[in-house]
Design a protein around this ligand. Structure first.
Ligand SMILES: NC(=O)c1ccc[n+]([C@@H]2O[C@H](COP(=O)([O-])OP(=O)(O)OC[C@H]3O[C@@H](n4cnc5c(N)ncnc54)[C@H](OP(=O)(O)O)[C@@H]3O)[C@@H](O)[C@H]2O)c1
Length: 229
């Protein structure tokens, strides 16, 4: 087993986030996680012993993110690893049919939400002198497809923001844009429907992705990476 880590992760009510939480806890690490769903967070907390912390938080809400980071640090300590996983995808449509409200909400979660977590957590990681920040990107952060322009825009932004951040961080810290590949999650089903069924399950993905993420360190900072498999 690797040295036990303190890990913060957003968006752990389902999909990749939930699968990573289960894999990390099974491997002996300590987690602080969030999603907007109070019942899902309560369910997750009830299944684990209480040195982990799961809270209902909307990462687009500055005050809620500030409180989550502060309470998570009080509960498990300053994290060694932060995974900005939470995101949404637009309802498939050409850009001129996407409402301003849907576009703005997506940007508030997928881009500004990642900034809010970084804003609250990075000063603490810089002070402790080490830490890895992993921001979930996408193949659609490095290529494009029709009907998902808002999502593509947000993931290209994640690539740019994370790589620029990597140039700002002091030695010992890392910021890494990470594409997970294609996995059969509720998000993929929103876009591809039953077409998602041919892809790996989140648990199968996490069986290799979790140890891969734990292997990332300062030498990987600023590199656009993809989980193996
Ligand atoms: N699945 C793939 O093939 C694929 C491919 C490329 C990239 N990705 C990326 O991988 C990450 C995980 O995707 P996924 O497929 O697991 O998606 P998913 O199944 O839709 O899960 C997304 C998670 O984010 C949470 N979330 C959404 N908005 C939130 C908010 N405002 N505040 C807090 N939590 C929020 C959701 O929980 P609540 O609704 O309860 O808040 C959920 O737990 C995303 O960044 C996605 O862009 C996935």
């Amino acid at each position: 087993m690797t040295t036990p880590r303190k890990i913060f992760i957003t968006g752990c009510s389902r999909g990749l986030g939930l699968a990573l939480v289960n894999a990390f806890i099974n491997a002996g690490h300590t987690l602080a996680g969030c999603s907007r769903s109070q019942p899902k967070m309560a369910e997750l907390a009830a299944k684990q012993d209480n040195h982990h912390l799961f809270q209902a938080v909307d990462i687009s809400d500055p005050d809620a993110v500030k409180a989550w980071v502060s309470q998570s640090v009080a509960h498990i300590g300053v994290p060694d690893l932060v995974i900005n996983n939470a995101a949404v995808i637009n309802k498939p449509a050409p850009l001129w049919q996407v409402s301003a409200q849907e576009f703005q909400q997506l940007v508030a979660i997928n881009i500004a939400g990642v900034h809010l977590v970084s804003l609250n957590v990075l000063p603490l990681m810089i002070e402790q002198g080490h830490g890895v920040l992993v921001n979930l990107s996408s193949g659609w952060g490095r290529s494009v497809a029709p009907d998902v322009a808002p999502y593509c825009a947000s993931k290209w932004a994640i690539e740019g923001m994370t790589k620029a951040l990597a140039e700002e961080l002091p030695a010992g810290l890392a910021a890494i844009p990470l594409s997970p590949g294609v996995i059969d999650t509720p998000m993929l089903r929103e876009t591809w429907g039953e077409g998602a069924a041919g892809y790996r399950s989140p648990d199968v993905w996490a069986s290799t992705a979790a140890p891969y993420i734990l292997s990332l360190n300062a030498s990987h900072s600023g590199r656009s990476l993809t989980t193996p498999g």
